[in-house]
Design a protein around this ligand. Structure first.
Ligand code: NI
Length: 262
């Protein structure tokens, strides 16, 4: 698989469960705008065979290089940013849930999910857009996970996939800044994640970000009733002075885009 094929597959899977991302891209392109991807983000559990350390080799095999580690104490996450030496390639943000910091009950649920993963499948980069690698849990189990960690619940029903693609404000031709982009989309009916304010970050921290509220989807556990979940969202990023990193204080609030309660 080439990097282009990998990125295309990620986009296909992502827009299938988050159709509004495709509509946003089409809307911008129909306005004559350039749609460039600032970064792609992934979520996973820190459990072999799907831990960050298990998935990272795929990124490295495509030429990505580790840039910076990040920690999210409250959300019990750690993450790495990755850069590609070729111009025009999206950055990657790969995070994992620190499951040992969660309750025994949540760990027991995650144990059951991860035990179903076919480790052979993880040897191929296609695992990163494979979706759930286990049977969809019951709605009751999903709710239990959400109660303790929104992130834990999200991964249980969405599995491995792109959590978001990110429109690069710097790549836009006509819309002059993040606020103009978000206002344009709001005028077209898109709702923004207001956790921590509509726009996260300032030019001082070299990165300003915003995001939509995640799309809704439906899953059906084996032998059970279908139920509603949150899937993926679109993020927007405006960078200053060639900054290539991420700002944990802002990202912490961007994570809220998939919060069912928001
Ligand atoms: Ni992001």
């Amino acid at each position: 698989m080439t990097l282009d094929e990998f990125l295309n597959n990620l986009w296909q899977g992502y827009t299938q469960i988050a159709p509004s991302a495709l509509k946003i891209r089409q809307l911008l392109e129909s306005r004559g705008e350039t749609w460039e991807n600032d970064h792609i983000a992934f979520r996973t559990y820190d459990r072999s065979p799907i831990a960050l350390a298990d998935l990272e080799p795929h990124l490295l095999s495509f030429g990505y290089e580790r840039y910076e580690p990040y920690a999210f104490e409250d959300k019990k996450l750690r993450a790495f940013g990755y850069l590609h030496p070729e111009a025009g390639r999206p950055r990657v943000f790969l995070s994992e849930l620190e499951t040992h910091k969660l309750s025994a009950e949540t760990n027991a649920i995650i144990d059951k999910l991860v035990a179903q993963v076919d480790a052979e499948k993880i040897k191929d980069p296609s695992c990163m857009f494979a979706g759930p690698l286990w049977d969809i849990p019951s709605e009751e189990t999903y709710q239990k996970l959400l109660d303790e960690s929104e992130y834990a619940g999200w991964v249980a029903v969405n599995g491995l996939c792109a959590n978001h693609f990110t429109v690069s404000v710097n790549g836009l031709k006509d819309l002059p800044n993040l606020d103009a982009l978000m206002s344009f989309l709001e005028e077209n009916g898109y709702k923004m994640n207001m956790a921590g304010g509509r726009i996260k970050g300032t030019p001082d921290v070299k990165l300003m970000q915003g995001s939509t509220i995640a799309d809704k989807g439906q899953v059906t556990p084996p032998g059970g009733q279908p139920y509603e979940i949150t899937t993926c969202y679109t993020e927007f990023a405006e960078r200053f002075d060639g900054f290539n990193g991420f700002v944990p204080k802002s990202a912490d609030k961007i994570f809220e885009s998939t919060n069912v309660k928001s």
